[in-house]
Design a protein around this ligand. Structure first.
Ligand SMILES: C[S@@+](CC[C@H](N)C(=O)[O-])C[C@H]1O[C@@H](n2cnc3c(N)ncnc32)[C@H](O)[C@@H]1O
Length: 235
């Protein structure tokens, strides 16, 4: 088994239409609840697959815990501002009208206290009336993924298999990439991504300290939910 960064394969594995659909969901919420906003920050921006779909009128920023991903964002979106930080304790000089996080980036946080501190940091970095929009896996994902069979697919660098395993509230994605070499040889690369999943009730309770929840949209047969909230007005 070789230790090869996942970055090498991620772009090739990205379904650009799905990333565009994630951007459209966020843009729909922005148009409904904060139409004339300009400044946007994405938490857990990865390789910028979602942000590249945003129209030019927006001033884009993103942060991710991995420098390699942030470097790719900087190349893809030269006018954007990108930071290597964790969403649970990020500190920036600027405030934003919109902060969002999609494709379950928030589920990558290792403990629930980090969800709480993320919500606090988001509130601090939002302007008055600013929106926080994010998606997360639900408890239904834990239940459904328990019996999900392994999946194999071909892509232009080789093959990839994925099989989730569940341990209590932890979902572990096991990815095996069989990278095609010369002479029909394949190199195996193994990756594990761990995500923690909590009930909507628990998350809403923590959110309600900082935000008013405006909308909740069930996605993927209830395995995912998109939550739109507004910074609470405090006297
Ligand atoms: C599933 S990817 C989603 C990427 C992107 N939002 C998209 O929709 O394509 C999750 C991302 O969250 C990032 N991430 C994980 N933990 C993080 C943390 N504590 N702070 C910021 N980003 C984090 C990972 O490095 C990864 O890029």
């Amino acid at each position: 088994m070789a230790k090869q960064s996942f970055t090498k394969f991620w772009d090739a594995l990205t379904n650009k239409k799905e990333a565009q659909a994630r951007a459209e969901l966020v843009l729909k919420a922005i148009n409904k609840y904060h139409k004339n906003s300009k400044t946007i920050l994405e938490l857990g921006t990865g390789i910028g697959a979602v942000l590249v779909n945003f129209p030019k009128q927006y001033q884009l920023s993103g942060l991710d815990i991995k420098l390699e991903y942030v470097d790719i964002c900087r190349k893809k979106i030269p006018k954007g501002n990108f930071y290597v930080m964790s969403m649970h304790n990020f500190k920036l000089k600027n405030k934003f009208e919109i902060i969002f996080s999609v494709y379950d980036s928030i589920n990558f946080l290792k403990k629930f206290n980090h969800w709480k501190s993320t919500f606090k940091q988001v509130e601090i970095h939002l302007n008055k009336d600013g929106l926080f929009i994010f998606d997360m896996y639900t408890l239904k994902a834990l239940k459904d993924f328990k019996s999900k069979p392994a999946n194999i697919s071909k892509f232009h660098l080789g093959y990839i298999t994925d099989k989730p395993t569940i341990k209590r509230n932890t979902l572990i994605w096991n990815f095996n990439v069989f990278e095609q070499l010369k002479n029909d040889q394949y190199q195996l690369h193994e990756y594990k991504f761990k995500e923690s999943i909590y009930s909507i009730k628990k998350v809403n309770k923590a959110l309600s300290k900082h935000f008013q929840i405006l909308d909740m949209k069930s996605l993927e047969e209830g395995r995912r939910v998109l939550i739109v909230c507004r910074k609470k007005y405090k006297h």
